[in-house]
Design a protein around this ligand. Sequence first.
Ligand SMILES: Nc1ncnc2c1ncn2[C@@H]1O[C@H](COP(=O)(O)OP(=O)(O)OP(=O)(O)O)[C@@H](O)[C@H]1O
Length: 232
Amino acid sequence: MNAVEIKELYKSYEGGKIKALNGINLTIKQGEFVSIIGPSGSGKSTLLNMLGALDIPDSGTINVNGHDLKTSKKLNEFRSKKIGFIFQLHNLIPNISVVENVEIPMYTQKLSSKEMRFRALKLLDDVGLSEKSKILPNKLSGGERQRVAIARALANNPSIILADEPTGSLDSKTSSKILKQLIDLHEDKNVTLIIVTHDMDVAKLADRVIEVLDGEIISAGDDSLINSKIDV
Ligand SMILES: Nc1ncnc2c1ncn2[C@@H]1O[C@H](COP(=O)(O)OP(=O)(O)OP(=O)(O)O)[C@@H](O)[C@H]1O
């Protein structure tokens, strides 16, 4: 089964002046790990936003896990139950504790508060942060916050994870740890993992590297591009 099927997807901004996506066609299989690379402004985040049903295309079709994102009436439910977001801009809520942040996506499920807490603590334990569950996010390091974001992204057992520069601001040790967690999840639970990155060392870990330029896919998995220099 395909996790993602995109056909002739177009998205422009500013009355058509900025063509962010310019006829994207893309298929990603369930359980595949792909990375999306390309220069700044090439349309990577716009594509990821479309996949997460956070933005609406001008034309074309986009189907994620069997849901047509242009016509589906249950987008909110789909988004919160099926997709795990690890986005830089999806910050943690500062005035509630780490464990409460992880519980947020669970509010769409019919779980008791005891069940939510149990599950959130288990997720925090999995990312090595059970001892920090009661503190506020601003007491954490960047890497720890990113690990909380991962725990939160996994709260509803998503079948697809969308990560925008998940290791962007982290040191190499923390970055490896975070990537290992994501890859373990992809391997153990057959989760589809889609990572946008500028870092070729990260991109190379994927089953397939998709290269975007000027809103178009110029390669959807050609190995020869893995070692090519990306202008960022
Ligand atoms: N909400 C918006 N309004 C207007 N223009 C936008 C909007 N979002 C993106 N753009 C423009 O669309 C183009 C693609 O942007 P996008 O953020 O998808 O690129 P990107 O490849 O993710 O870049 P970066 O690597 O710098 O994050 C850029 O020219 C950007 O300025």
